[in-house]
Design a protein around this ligand. Structure first.
Ligand code: ARG
Length: 561
């Protein structure tokens, strides 16, 4: 916003593209325009050009001073005016500050979370849920119409095995009380028995065939497994505060495979290989398998059908798949096939992410067959948060609710604070550290700002914009205002790359700067009333941006902790 004002000033004298730099040192102003590139055209030295430009250019609205330093023209913003503009905006716009209508209601399909029925909600699904949800929230905030599509893994030959195993060794009671643990157990048992009796695989296939043919008993059991699994997943979603526009999983697309397969056959060169229908793809090492030799669809076919359905149903601006990096090849193939089917490839995007590693370096979810249940991870975090609260603030009201917010928020923030493409080491100490770059640190900062507001209110002081903005003259106050002014830019930047950590890191910087400010510019004890009022507004505005930012990451911060 301010940059544009500086560019507008420069445009009066200079043609062509104008690129500004941020001076390394605050004494050199807020923006610098380097004159080197103009030397040839003007036939003068960059130093002379800078000097002449600085004389000609006039300050305007928010730009207070224009001076030349060597070959640069430096621009200084009027900090009081900037503060007035920004803080007034935040004060008036409240929780809509930072939003925009950039998205123009364009639909973005967000394929995220997508756990597999009858299997534990894995850590990869947790990552997908949190990253996907943060992007979803930011898109909405910028005026897009995101559609959360939970593409459940609810189809495939394993359901034949599960039905067989349940009918053979079943335990109805356990199915109802702990469905996923139970289904996992019978699936493991099935695979163990299969080692001894390979024919069991045929039984599984038979049941899957019945399922595909719509056999009532098979469908009934499958639906039951699905419902009970979803009920369990719902507990995780409730903890995370996440919901979806659609839960249509792979099974939903089963009556859409035939059309998709016909289209592939019509538009692309297909081959039969050992009874399977494949598409040889240039620049891919392996061909794409469209129909298996036993006639069953594949994960890829179901995705082709889903993509075609989404293009038709939602006419989306984009379709994003928030899925771990291990599926890179799958999505490259899918997008290539879409391209070959004549669809606009640029609409599709794989938002990939790395693994969680256990502190000893192994892959976390699958080590030694020990499965980590996400609900347990969240509940453990809540317990740890509760312990800290007991120590730090034993008299707090609503301890359970606060522990839940802090525990869950800590896990979410930890997931989002690093570039999603990296692997992350899962480390409780770092997740719940109140001093580090963590969720608890930010929540604590928010609670602290809220507590100041409460105390000021009890003195009869409420934030107001009729103040002397020039009172905000301390370096940390100016820095805080500048940071607040950059909120929307950060969200746009995060969305351009679909990287929530850009927003998360910004919030950490905001929190740090706020705490520095609070340390050097006391508010409650300040004797000059005008200064006190100005700081009160600044605190309240920071508090607003903090909570808006946290909410965009799906974190609910308590007012007190
Ligand atoms: N259920 C799949 C898995 O757990 C992820 C689904 C991703 N979405 C998709 N359209 N393929 O691996």
């Amino acid at each position: 916003m301010f940059q544009q004002q500086v560019i507008d000033i420069l445009k009066k004298e200079i043609k062509g593209e104008i690129k500004l730099e941020i001076p390394p040192n605050k004494d050199l102003g807020d923006y610098a325009f380097p004159c080197f590139a103009l030397a040839k055209e003007y036939k003068k030295s960059p130093v002379d050009i800078a000097g002449e430009l600085a004389d000609k250019l006039k300050p305007a609205v928010l730009v207070e001073k224009v001076i030349a330093t060597g070959p640069y023209v430096n621009f200084f913003l009027d900090k009081a005016k900037v503060a007035e503009l920004i803080l007034t905006q935040i004060h008036e716009q409240k929780d809509t500050y930072g939003s925009s209508d950039d998205g123009k209601e364009r639909v973005v399909c967000m394929d995220y979370s997508h756990p597999n029925i009858a299997k534990p909600f894995g850590i990869g699904h947790l990552r997908s849920t949190m990253i996907g949800r943060a992007i979803y929230n930011m898109l909405k905030f910028q005026g897009y119409k995101p559609m959360g599509l939970n593409h459940l893994g609810d189809w495939g030959t394993q359901f034949g095995a599960l039905i067989y195993a349940h009918l053979t060794w079943g335990d109805r009671e356990r199915l109802n009380t702990e469905p996923i643990k139970y289904l996992l157990d019978i699936y493991v048992k099935f695979n163990e028995e299969k080692q001894k009796t390979p024919e069991l695989q045929d039984e599984a296939k038979k049941w899957f065939k019945r399922l595909e043919d719509g056999d009532t008993e098979a469908i009934k059991l499958w639906a039951k497994f699905r419902d009970l699994s979803l009920e369990e997943f719902q507990r995780v979603y409730n903890l995370l505060g996440v919901d979806f526009e659609s839960y249509d999983g792979e099974a939903f697309f089963k009556d859409k495979f035939p059309d998709a397969i016909e289209l592939v056959k019509a538009k692309m060169k297909t081959e039969l290989s050992d009874g399977a229908l494949i598409v040889p793809l240039e620049s891919f090492e392996a061909p794409a398998i469209i129909v298996k030799s036993d006639g069953a669809s594949t994960y890829l076919t179901r995705d082709i059908a889903a993509a075609l359905y989404r293009l038709k149903t939602y006419t989306p601006y984009q379709i994003l798949y928030v899925v771990g990096s291990e599926q890179k090849l799958h999505f490259r193939m899918l997008f290539e096939i879409m391209h070959l089917l004549g669809k606009d490839k640029s609409k599709f995007r794989h938002i990939n992410f790395g693994f969680y590693l256990s502190p000893d370096g192994g892959k976390m979810a699958t080590r030694k067959g020990k499965i980590v249940f996400m609900e347990d991870v969240l509940n453990e975090s809540i317990d740890l948060a509760r312990k800290t609260i007991e120590e730090k603030n034993p008299n707090l009201e609503n301890k359970d609710k606060v522990a839940r917010q802090v525990g869950v928020g800590a896990v979410i923030f930890y997931d989002l604070v690093n570039d999603r493409i990296h692997d992350v080491v899962f480390d409780w100490k770092r997740i719940l550290d109140f001093e580090g770059d963590t969720g608890p640190y930010l929540m604590y900062t928010y609670a602290r700002a809220s507590s100041i507001m409460r105390r000021m209110k009890s003195e009869g002081l409420i934030p107001d914009v009729n103040i002397d903005f020039s009172k905000l003259s301390h370096t940390s106050e100016k820095e805080l205002v500048m940071l607040l002014s950059g909120f929307q830019n950060k969200i746009s930047e995060a969305l351009q790359q679909y990287k929530p950590h850009i927003l998360a890191q910004y919030l950490i910087e905001l929190g740090r700067t706020f705490n520095e400010f609070y340390h050097s510019c006391p508010c409650l004890k300040e004797e000059d009333n005008e200064t006190k009022k100005a700081r009160l507004l600044l605190i309240n505005c920071t508090r607003q941006v903090l909570i808006t930012g946290l909410k965009l990451l799906s974190i609910n911060a308590p007012e007190e902790m």
